[in-house]
Design a protein around this ligand. Structure first.
Ligand code: ARG
Length: 464
């Protein structure tokens, strides 16, 4: 970023000796806002086209501006563009280069515009593009989960509450729970996009402009639904970025929970899933270890994502209208948080596709811990007409007996069961097996394999 150009020409010589090193250091944003180059150029090209259409600048100047900007985009993408910190930010770096390329016509581009509406536009476009990107990625993750869920619609595993075995469920059902969460995440992203999709360009510094601009034209050219309706609001708010971060935080929370489950499932104690070497690492000292690093990192990403939400919220609180330089602090954490959210989705999608389920270990675990006790209680209600509270009590005594003998419920003899309640018959054994247990959960949204198959199929169709 270093350059010999200390006098900032764009400030019209107000600082005769140029800003000192500290001022330049705190004031410049080019180190990170160069990320906005494509949005900045697209916005400027739309603005120039509109200015010409409205007779504010000549068609020749607009053409020169557009092609000069095309060249600048190529230079940036080729890595040959020289960014100058003394020019502060992406907007002035691009404009200064445009002046070098096309001469005085470059100076006409900034007619009826300010850096305030320019940066508001660029950042909004960036956030909007990123929302679209995240949405497509989440969709991919949902597909990966739904495919795995279909394959494991009948694979029995323990369902947990308090991380204690509660009732058997199927692995497919468990995975589809995340598909539901992610579908709501997509809904939030789509919602945020709707509100973000208004064009601030033309608000100028804060009050609008006396030039006869056509804000609807630029809004349409840039894919917005409409121009923003209040010039002060247009240059002042960053709620669209906050909303994106809030949505990303909730999404990252969901990813973190699934990541944690993968960490638990892949332990030697659980062995429910196995991640290939692609998503785990060995230990340099303990040869037996397979560390689920990718899952651990996905689990951690929420820290910086939710942190960015808090960070930007604190930057924005208490700011009087309209633009304040504080708002330059909006970008870095948004860039970082959304990029890491994207990375976390990619890693999670990779892991979901990569992991193999150990159906035997899952089934064995599902059968231990008396996970079918509720099924026995339900059987007593259904077959013997016991009130549920009494059935719960009887079942408790059955569980205690099995625990005392150190065996599973289905290993108790009929005499032992009848010793607890004389009404119990051989037929009760059918509900003590985990397969029968999950098969019986046919209520809408329940874990019965047929339900899971139907739901997974519905998702695959909706997403495909
Ligand atoms: N780099 C600035 C930012 O990110 C651009 C807007 C500057 N506007 C101004 N009036 N100084 O906010």
């Amino acid at each position: 970023m270093a350059d010999g150009d200390t006098a900032n020409r764009m400030w019209g010589g107000r600082f005769t000796s140029g800003p000192d090193a500290i001022m330049e250091e705190i004031n410049a944003s080019i180190a990170y806002d160069r990320k906005l180059y494509a949005q900045d150029i697209a916005g400027s090209q739309a603005h120039a086209t509109m200015l010409a259409a409205q007779g504010i600048i000549s068609a020749e100047d607009a053409e020169a501006i557009r092609s000069g900007l095309d060249q600048i985009r190529s230079e940036i993408e080729a890595g040959s563009f020289v960014f100058k910190r003394s020019l502060e930010d992406i907007h002035m770096n691009v404009e200064a280069r445009l002046a070098e390329l096309i001469g005085p016509a470059a100076g006409r581009l900034h007619t009826a515009r300010s850096r305030n509406d320019q940066v508001a536009l660029d950042f909004r476009l960036y956030v909007r593009d990123t929302l679209d990107h995240l949405d497509a990625q989440v969709k991919g993750l949902m597909l990966a989960l739904a495919e795995k869920a279909l394959a494991h619609a009948a694979t029995v595993m323990p369902g947990f509450t308090h991380l204690q075995s509660a009732q058997p469920v199927t692995f497919g059902h468990h995975l589809l729970a995340y598909v539901e969460m992610l579908a709501r995440d997509r809904g939030r992203l789509a919602d945020a996009r709707k509100r973000a999709n208004e064009c601030p360009l033309g608000a100028a510094a804060l009050a609008g402009t006396s030039f006869p601009i056509d804000r609807h034209m630029t809004a349409t050219a840039l894919g917005f639904d409409r121009p923003t309706a209040n010039s002060l609001d247009s240059v002042s708010d960053r709620d669209y970025a906050l909303e994106a971060l809030a949505d990303a935080s909730i999404l990252a929370m969901h990813l973190s929970r699934l990541a944690e489950e993968i960490v638990i499932w892949s332990t030697a104690q659980f062995r429910f899933v196995r991640l290939s070497d692609a998503f785990s690492t060995g230990s340099s000292i303990m040869p037996q270890k397979r560390n689920p690093d990718a899952a651990e990192l996905v689990r951690a990403k929420i820290g910086r994502i939710a942190g960015a939400f808090q960070g930007l919220l604190m930057v924005m609180k208490g700011l009087p209208l309209s633009y304040q330089k504080d708002m330059q602090e909006d970008k870095e954490q948004v860039f970082d948080a959304l990029a890491n959210c994207s990375l976390a989705i990619a890693a999670m999608t990779g892991m979901v596709r990569d992991m193999t389920a150990n159906a035997a270990a899952m089934k064995a675990a599902a059968g231990s811990g008396y996970a079918t006790a509720t099924d026995l209680a339900d059987w007593l209600v259904r077959e013997l007409g016991l009130p549920f509270r009494e059935a719960h009590h009887v079942t408790g005594r059955v569980v205690a007996l099995a625990a005392e003998k150190g065996i599973n419920l289905e290993d108790l003899s009929i005499e032992e069961l009848q010793g607890v309640h004389p009404g119990i018959t051989e037929a009760a054994y059918a509900v003590l097996g985990v397969d029968n247990s999950v098969r019986s959960r046919t209520s809408y949204g329940g874990t019965a394999p047929q339900n899971v198959t139907d739901q997974a199929t519905r998702w695959l169709k909706a997403l495909g």
